[in-house]
Design a protein around this ligand. Structure first.
Ligand code: MN
Length: 249
């Protein structure tokens, strides 16, 4: 890569990080902020609704386990890694850590930060992207952008479901995403393990966890039922907010 290309990439990354910070869904809840000279650890963001609010689609026991145990472990692991190896990283937001990893994170903890930081960010996007009495059709600008890109909302659902089932069938599961990609186009894609959509400079709009722990308690091996249920709790208003916050024009 020549210097010009390198500079463009860095600028692009900086702009991306700035835009991410501007997203109301992400700003302020995830990060360890630098308050005066006090450095705070990364915090487990509370659920924006009661544990039982998504029933019958996702039950209370699943939400309690997923938020209080699984997500909390990622937060604790991340804090331990950063405290022991690179406390200056507490000045960053989690989404910044994942976007600047090559520059800022010591190599010996890079993979673990990616895994645990991704775990924190992905789960927060997932939990905040659902709501009771939600689901239905996309709203706002997404109401047009989704059919424009995928043909129809139904076709988008078919695509999202197919990608979800395929990713769920891989070892370790992973995540399914509706993203705005780095040229501004909507796309359905997936990542493995806890890899985050943001690491590819995608702006995540809708996130679905297809790791086994996300559905086994309630749906056992019936992952297709879990994916179908998810459409009843997608918070399209939040997805549209993420979409318009990052629009290029
Ligand atoms: Mn999970």
């Amino acid at each position: 890569m020549n210097n010009d290309a390198k500079n463009r990439r860095v600028l692009c990354r900086r702009r991306f990080i700035k835009e991410l910070g501007a997203a109301s869904a992400l700003g302020g809840v995830l990060n360890a902020r630098l308050l005066g000279s006090d450095v705070k650890p990364f915090a487990l963001a509370p659920l924006p609704y009661p544990y039982e609010a998504l029933e019958p689609y996702i039950n209370k026991a699943t939400m309690q386990m997923h938020h209080d145990r699984i997500c909390a472990v990622y937060v604790n692991n991340l804090n331990k890694l950063v405290a022991e190896h690179a406390p200056y990283l507490f000045r960053q937001k989690v989404e910044e850590l994942l976007a600047v990893e090559l520059y800022a994170i010591p190599e010996e903890i890079r993979d673990s930060v990616r895994e645990n930081g991704g775990g924190v960010l992905n789960h927060t996007l997932f939990f905040d992207g659902m709501a009771p009495e939600a689901g239905g059709a996309p709203v706002g600008e997404l109401a047009q952008a989704i059919p424009n890109t995928f043909g129809s909302f139904e076709k988008w659902k078919e695509r999202f479901t197919a990608v979800a089932l395929k990713q769920a069938g891989t070892a370790g599961g992973g995540w399914v995403w509706l993203v705005r990609d780095d040229v501004g186009k909507l796309e359905v894609t997936s990542t493995s393990n806890q890899d985050s959509a943001t690491a590819n400079m995608w702006v995540p709009l809708v996130a679905l966890d297809v790791c086994e722990h996300a559905y086994k308690l309630q749906y056992h091996t019936h992952v297709a039922d879990y994916v179908a249920a998810f459409y009843n709790v997608v918070n399209w208003s939040e997805a549209n907010k993420r979409f318009t916050a990052h629009r290029e024009d």
